[in-house]
Write a protein that binds this ligand. Structure first.
Ligand code: F3S
Length: 388
């Protein structure tokens, strides 16, 4: 890989240990994937934030960068953490976990990272433009940024994203290149998808089918932003999709030589039945990916004047909750007994240790991960059904 004189100095340690480590990481990945050079990125999203997923070993890894006086050189923000740091008691999270989680966030903050803790940075004002190179790591955010915004990022891991943030650069390979942004499958859906959960179902179906391929969709309807978000998230979880096209909606759309595959409605119905492994839920969790203000509005309209019998978590970014507070949606939800939970979600928080065994969700991604990550049986359905 070609390196500039300055990049060579960084790699040899002339600019300090932290930058050297970051350069070693990024160039090692570049060598593995055949990158020709390093390229600047305009923003970084770092994953590996929840204490549940990184544990004490992760804290030690991060502390290395603190000891070496590292700091990020470009706008950098975070994926969801393991709990809402303000409402952890109400979530029934234990004190040890909450303390460790706060320690992790403090380390990130010392590195100069904005502790946004959301998987929808593009819904709180961080919106890269078409063709802009970024290094994001949460898989649904990667799928959305590449596909709906037309930005360019690989699925970064936590360490490689942190290294890119310190360097301000990533290796030029994969989805940064024109030649890698070509459809591998042409997917036709002739029936109507009724709501966001149907887009999640379609995402699971297609994710399993294409794995790390690039599906180009022809849909029979115009999808909303939240529906595209749900589709990409489910494909990223059930397969490893990082880029998809939707005819007439995404900035890039071409099918190349991909064979056309027609999805049947009955196949999604069968898939839905197989996801439903639990009946009466202990917890209803929505907001995977994190809810937009429109989704919260819809939930609050549904909850007006009602009383919930089971806990309802509505997961979102803190900035979106603030907007919901201002618009009066939060108080309607809270009066009904629901809770808007920030900074986290049902998958990356330790719900399996909170006594929950069956979790209901309207998210294809969450339905995919809850059984393995959180030992949950799943009740998958439309938002209105879950609320009922
Ligand atoms: Fe976001 Fe958690 Fe789902 S990180 S995409 S809400 S699993």
């Amino acid at each position: 890989m070609f390196l500039t004189k300055e990049e060579e100095k960084i790699l040899s340690g002339e600019r300090g240990e932290a930058k050297k480590k970051a350069a070693q990481l990024v160039t090692a990945l570049g060598d593995i994937y055949g990158a020709d050079k390093l390229i600047p990125v305009s923003s970084v999203q770092v994953a590996g934030v929840s204490y549940k997923t990184i544990g004490d070993a992760g804290i030690d890894f991060l502390n290395f960068f603190i000891e070496k006086k590292a700091s990020v050189s470009i706008p950098t923000f975070l994926n969801p953490a393991g709990c809402d740091v303000e409402q952890w008691k109400a979530m029934k999270i234990n004190e040890k976990f909450a303390t460790k989680q706060k320690e992790i966030l403090e380390i990130f903050s010392k590195l100069g990272i904005t502790t946004t803790c959301t998987c929808v940075p593009y819904q709180i004002g961080i919106v890269p433009k078409k063709g802009e190179h970024i290094a994001w790591s949460e898989s649904s955010a990667v799928a959305f940024a590449n596909s709906v915004l037309g930005a360019r990022t690989n699925r970064e891991g936590g360490p490689s994203a942190l290294a890119a943030a310190i360097l301000g650069k990533t290796a030029n390979y994969g989805y940064h290149l024109d030649e890698k942004r070509v459809a591998t499958h042409h997917i036709k859906v002739s029936f109507k998808l009724e709501d966001q959960s149907d887009f999640g179902l379609l995402g699971i179906y297609v994710g399993k089918l294409v794995q790390d391929g690039i599906p180009a969709f022809e849909l029979s309807q115009k999808a909303s932003i939240d529906e595209l978000k749900a589709l990409g998230a489910a494909m990223a979880a059930a397969g490893a999709v990082a880029l998809f096209f939707v005819k007439g909606q995404t900035p890039e759309w071409f099918t190349g030589n991909a064979d056309k595959i027609e999805v049947e409605e009955s196949e999604l119905r069968t898939l839905k039945e197989s996801l439903n492994t639990g009946h009466a839920p202990d917890l209803v969790a929505v907001g995977c990916p994190h809810c937009s203000i429109n989704e919260i509005k819809k939930i609050s309209e549904n909850l007006k004047g009602r009383k919930l019998k089971k806990p309802l978590w509505i997961c979102t970014a803190r900035k979106i909750k603030k907007l919901s507070d201002e618009k009066g949606y939060t108080s309607i939800i809270e009066k009904a007994g629901g809770r808007i939970v920030c900074d986290t979600c049902a998958v990356v928080s330790p719900i399996e240790s909170l006594g929950y065994k069956i979790t209901a969700t309207n998210s294809g991604k969450e339905a995919t991960y809850l059984p393995s990550f959180c030992k949950q049986r799943v009740n998958f359905g439309k938002l209105e059904q879950l609320i009922e």
